[in-house]
Ligand binder design. Structure first.
Ligand SMILES: [Zn+2]
Length: 172
């Protein structure tokens, strides 16, 4: 998967207005040609736009200068990404889906039920209590540093600096 991350973006992509302290705005993920792209919108541009390829979005807020970034990202965003990636056979996308699964297990959205080997491949079986369904997730046997690098890209994409400690941290 290609990632296109607007790292420098501190303002609205439509009207270029810079966000000020404590301003609420919307971040949206778009799925464009197999890339996830994040775009930020001020509230009035967001309300006036029709987003055909919109994939997932959340409302967020510029933190106060002396306050830490708040935990605004919604696990629904991860569930959306996870569901969207189902059945995708590209290596990077399978890796990404596995890392998202790790995160959702850690957040107790999914329960790790069992492992399954099939045709020389390993899958983890997850249970999603809210919808009473199971998911098979291909286990790409990533090295620790591969998980770190995917997590770090995802954290930038979602503008969510806590992600790394949540996926990689040992505290439960
Ligand atoms: Zn705007």
């Amino acid at each position: 998967m290609e990632w296109k991350i607007n790292k420098g973006s501190k303002g609205c992509i439509t009207c270029n207005k810079e966000f000020c302290e404590e301003e609420e705005y919307y971040s949206a993920l778009f799925d464009e040609n197999n890339s996830f792209i994040r775009k930020d919108f001020c509230v009035s541009c967001w309300n006036g736009s029709k987003n055909g390829v919109l994939f997932s979005f959340w409302k967020t807020k510029i933190p106060k200068k002396d306050k830490p970034v708040q935990r605004f990202v919604n696990t629904d965003v991860f569930l959306d990404m996870f569901t969207r990636l189902e059945g995708n056979n590209e290596t990077q996308q399978k890796n990404l889906r596995y890392v998202i699964a790790l995160y959702l297990i850690r957040k107790k959205i999914f329960k790790l039920k069992s492992l399954k080997k099939q045709d020389g491949e390993e899958f983890i079986i997850l249970y999603y209590p809210k919808e009473e369904r199971e998911f098979n997730v291909f286990n790409p046997n990533l090295k620790e540093e591969e998980i770190e690098s995917i997590t770090s890209e995802m954290s930038q994409l979602l503008n969510y600096p806590y992600l790394e400690q949540e996926v990689l941290g040992n505290a439960d």
